[in-house]
Design a protein around this ligand. Structure first.
Ligand SMILES: Nc1ncnc2c1ncn2[C@@H]1O[C@H](COP(=O)(O)OP(=O)(O)O)[C@@H](O)[C@H]1O
Ligand SMILES: O=P(O)(O)OC[C@H](O)CO
Length: 496
């Protein structure tokens, strides 16, 4: 039996393919950067055709790099940026609009109107989410209004909607399968995560035709096989999950109370809760951790919209560093920020504030503030934003976290990991495989084809790289965090 798995990780800024062996070692990988379109303030779009083409190209390159043919691959696992909405023509398989990305804020007025009309309680009860432009439903509604014939074509079943997983599945199977998985469906605002069904009331609320929707499957399932000419043979696709949910799996966070936080473009912390839906009282989201054998496991999630993107801004916007990795030495070159705080609300604030109209601020500047202080403030902001989420998680779950498993591009930064441990006052654990999102997708795919026996089997495979233990005095920790809270207070417009 072949023992390799191909993981396809389609993220906000890049598309990666990684070939894992059964022991979770990355044998080969390939990546392409994705073009970002910013047609107006607060708008973010992707070309779904480019996403498809890059996905096929990186899969081919990774297989070639590993010296493997399609027959050597047991299964493919797909994981993806969530919420981003794609609309395509069922007959031609071509997108009919640019994909509207999760970061896009254009539907903020629509969300405000629906909230003012009192619809948020229903949404919270069924989906665990909030009325925010972040989620897919208002993006789809917006697309359907952009061209006169789109709605009519959607109603007769000529169009397909999907999140990026669904679009990739459709593309890789040559248009044979229109399906999604429960974690991605659960981020659309159209799927009831208690009943595990698309919901008629929600479809009516957002005026979305049911004929657009994909079938919803477990995270480990027989999704389909690749069209043979694409990767040199038919490979089964047996794992699929939104990237944050795949990271929960890749971090082995199966036991209630375990927390993972992924620091990519944004940052997303999920605490595994168990098999019961619990509504947050502290403006977190209730979401699916994963669904296996038809049984959902729930999580609470805090979403931060700008994490690594703040470091990108230091590099590309301010030009004070040449590479993201330079932020580490620069931040460590000063003993503190000199009272400076960066609130990186470039595209509004996510949990627990949910303020789409807030914008970023650099506060507490003096004549002595220099580039090192600003770089340090950008990294410290990741710690403070995570602390905001931890406070809410502690209040919701009734227990303070003892440890936090981290991953994503930003956690290559040791200084940032140590600050995180200091400001949270918890041990921060970094795994040996930092690509936990891709690993999680590979594990889900491998679970289905029998390479792994159970979640316990997977949990036992998680390996640490380094643990960062808190070393900051409590008085310093609380003083710094109080300064952050005051800084956020200066940028909030509405809050909730
Ligand atoms: N050493 C580093 N220190 C700080 N930030 C970093 C470092 N390396 C990468 N990053 C940041 O991590 C992000 C990339 O992480 P990644 O997990 O690839 O993101 P995504 O999946 O969202 O595309 C970028 O925003 C980059 O600025
Ligand atoms: O592409 P990432 O890693 O920034 O993740 C995007 C999230 O899934 C958005 O909810």
């Amino acid at each position: 039996m072949t023992r390799h798995i191909l993981a396809l990780d389609q993220g906000t800024t890049s598309t990666r393919a990684i070939v894992f062996d059964r022991d979770g070692a990355a044998v080969a990988s390939a990546r392409r950067d994705l073009t970002q379109y910013y047609p107006a303030d607060g708008w973010v779009e992707h070309d779904a055709g480019e996403i498809r083409d890059h996905a096929i190209a990186v899969c081919r390159e990774a297989l070639a790099g590993a010296g493997l043919s399609a027959a050597d691959v047991a299964a493919i696992g797909i994981t993806n940026q969530r919420e981003t909405a794609v609309l395509w023509d069922r007959a031609t398989g071509e997108p009919v609009h640019r994909a509207i990305v999760w970061q896009d804020r254009r539907t903020a007025p629509m969300c405000r109107d629906l909230r003012a009309a009192g619809h948020e309680a229903l949404i919270r009860r069924k989906t665990g989410l909030l009325l925010d432009p972040y989620f897919s439903a208002t993006k789809v509604a917006w697309m359907l209004e952009t061209a006169p014939d789109l709605r009519a074509r959607a109603e007769v079943g000529d169009l397909c909607f999907g999140t990026v997983d669904s679009w990739l599945l459709w593309s890789l199977t040559g248009g044979a399968v229109h399906a999604t998985d429960a974690t991605n469906a659960g981020r659309t605002l159209l799927f009831d995560i208690r009943t595990q069904r698309w919901d008629g009331d929600l479809l009516a609320l957002f005026d979305i035709p049911r004929a657009l929707l994909p079938e919803v499957m477990d995270n480990a399932a027989d999704f389909g096989v690749t069209r043979p000419d694409l990767l040199g043979g038919a490979i089964p696709i047996t794992g699929m999950a939104g990237d944050q949910h795949a990271a929960v799996v890749g971090q082995g966070c199966f036991a209630p109370g375990m927390i993972k936080s992924t620091y990519g473009t944004g940052a997303f912390a999920l605490i595994t809760m168990g098999d019961t839906f619990v509504e947050s009282r502290n403006r977190l989201l209730t979401t699916l951790a994963y669904r296996l054998d038809g049984r959902p496991t729930y999580a609470m999630e805090g979403a931060i919209f700008v994490a690594g993107a703040a470091v990108q801004w230091l590099r590309d916007g301010l030009g004070i560093i040449d590479t993201a990795a330079d932020s580490e030495a620069l931040a460590a070159s000063v003993p503190d920020t000199g009272g400076c705080y960066l609130v990186p609300a470039f595209t509004g604030l996510g949990a627990p504030y949910w303020d789409p109209d807030a914008r970023g601020a650099l506060l507490g500047l003096t004549r002595d503030t220099g580039r090192a202080h600003i770089a340090r403030a950008a990294l410290e902001a990741q710690g403070y934003q995570t602390r905001d989420l931890m406070e809410a998680m502690t209040a919701d779950s009734g227990t303070a976290p003892v440890s936090l498993r981290v991953d994503g591009g930003l956690v290559a930064n040791d200084w940032a990991c140590q600050f995180l441990a200091d400001v949270l006052d918890v041990t921060v654990e970094r795994p040996a495989v930092i690509e936990t999102t891709a690993l999680g997708a590979a594990w889900l795919a491998g679970l289905r084809v029998g390479l792994y026996k159970s979640l316990d089997d997977l949990a036992g495979r998680w390996r640490p790289d380094r643990a960062f233990t808190p070393a900051m005095a409590a008085t310093d920790r609380e003083r710094l965090y109080a300064g952050w809270t005051a800084a956020v207070g200066r940028v909030i417009t509405s809050g909730r």
